[in-house]
Write a protein that binds this ligand. Structure first.
Ligand code: PHE
Ligand code: NA
Length: 448
């Protein structure tokens, strides 16, 4: 079977940026930036992204491109005699679990798009918005249906393959996302009192910066670039040998960072202009922002646009997650793309059910104090992503060897790579050590 490939450079960029740009940028980045003292945190975050995130992304790209294989096949091809392929299984498993709850959250957004567009959302009293959110996600039929719809949309795109599916749709969706973001940013920045939000985001306050915030910045730089679960590796396997990987990785990283900053410029000026609290976690987009749209002129319109924006961001990320698992099924089990996609999507929906019910019917079922969703989230975000990241660094740095990686990065000498010494040092020593710190911190071992 001939492998599908990306058709154009722009298409690769749209797909990889589409994966990177997601809930992490539009919801999580603004929120953790606010919590950790604004501009000072952003500086640390930029250092983490450049020093750790970027080199790891380059490594995942070349691992995929060199082997032209899925996450499991890539390890098998380079090291057929040792059990390194298990790290491919781990990455695929991580993608599988994340996808099961990421589609649920995307489903909530779908619920909100409908309610925002029909004007229902702006009719809810600000004080009741929290309870309203809980009643929506605590339901059974609607959240399951919305999760199902998201999975079907994702599957339809993935079934069409790389060039005619993933690439084609990302090339349409990403510009739409950018357009919506610019429009909303303009709206937010022209509100009276917007400057307080800008200050909150950009005025450095180093006093709130702790070791904890540095680790949070590090952890987020990994999540936000979609590293550690075989996504970038899989996309790399569809890239042409003559493509300049370094440039590509830099562009994806810049795009991801710029979008995160823009999202901050949409959210905080509006939140402060209406005298609301910058909020916490999930509440920021589902509870605080609807209160903003309530007050804002044409709030129904802007609210619907905002939730559509996040919906698109989430969809281009679910596509990349599904592609990791589908390419694994196609190549390791010799399946047709269509059959593989349908099978995997069905399994994803089944696994999504316990997550969905964690907020309603099954909210009382807990294991060691965590619901099903709580466990899926903890395991993936706090453990598996970091383990996957360390394994990639060790594999590229010590097993395959940075010399071979650099040959692939430069397309066998076609491109210059001046920082190769630094790159080797980071992949072999700095990145694995830093990720190990994230792991110890996020599992609570460090704080004991
Ligand atoms: N990079 C995505 C974001 O910032 C998150 C993501 C993680 C997407 C894992 C896909 C897989 O939201
Ligand atoms: Na991101």
């Amino acid at each position: 079977m001939k492998r599908d490939t990306f058709g154009s450079r722009l298409g690769i960029l749209a797909a990889a940026a589409g994966s990177a740009i997601g809930l992490g940028n539009i919801w999580k980045f603004p929120y953790i930036t606010g919590k950790n003292g604004g501009a000072a945190f952003i500086l640390v975050y930029l250092v983490c992204i450049t020093l750790i995130g970027l080199p790891v992304m380059v490594s995942e790209f070349v691992l995929g491109r060199k082997t032209q294989a899925n996450a499991v096949g890539a390890f098998k091809k380079i090291e057929p005699r040792k059990p390194w392929f298990l790290s491919g299984y781990l990455a695929t498993l991580t993608a599988f679990i994340i996808l099961s709850y990421y589609t649920m959250i995307a489903g909530w957004i779908l619920s909100y798009i409908g309610r925002a567009a029909t004007g229902k959302l702006v009719s809810i009293e600000a004080a009741n918005l929290g309870a309203y959110f809980e009643s929506i996600i605590g339901g059974t039929f609607e959240p399951l249906l919305c999760t199902f719809v998201i999975i079907v949309l994702t599957a339809i795109i993935v079934i069409s393959g790389i060039k005619d599916g993933v690439e084609k749709y990302c090339k349409i969706l990403m510009p739409v996302l950018l357009g919506l973001l610019i429009l909303l940013m303009f709206r937010s920045l022209t509100l009276e009192g917007a400057s307080k939000g800008i200050e909150f985001l950009f005025k450095p306050d180093f006093s709130q910066l702790t070791t904890q915030s540095v680790l949070e910045a590090l952890g987020h730089s990994f999540f936000t670039l979609s590293l550690g679960m075989g996504i970038i590796l899989t996309y790399g396997s569809y890239i042409d040998k003559n493509e300049n990987i370094i440039n590509l990785a830099i562009q994806v990283t810049i795009a991801d960072t710029v979008i995160a900053l823009m999202a901050g410029l949409v959210i905080f000026p509006a939140v402060f202009a209406y005298g609301l609290e910058p909020g916490q976690g999930a509440g920021l987009i589902f509870i605080t922002l609807p209160a903003v749209f309530r007050e804002m002129p044409f709030g129904t319109f802007f609210g619907a646009l905002f939730f559509t924006l996040i919906g698109i961001a989430a969809l281009t990320s679910t596509i990349s997650l599904l592609e990791v698992i589908v390419s694994f099924a196609i190549e390791e089990f010799n399946m047709h793309r269509k059959k593989a996609t349908i099978l995997v999507s069905t399994a994803i929906f089944l696994l999504a059910i316990p997550s969905v019910l964690s907020f309603g019917l099954w909210s009382n079922i807990t294991i060691l104090g965590k619901t099903f969703f709580g466990w899926f989230d903890f395991l993936t975000s706090n453990v598996l992503l970091a383990v996957g990241g360390i394994l990639v660094c060790i594999f590229v740095g010590w097993v395959w060897g940075t010399k071979n990686a650099i040959a692939e990065i430069t397309s066998d000498g076609q491109y210059q790579f001046k920082q190769q010494g630094l790159y080797s040092f980071i992949i072999r020593f700095l990145a694995p050590a830093a990720i190990l710190l994230i792991l110890l911190n996020s599992t609570g071992i460090l704080s004991k």
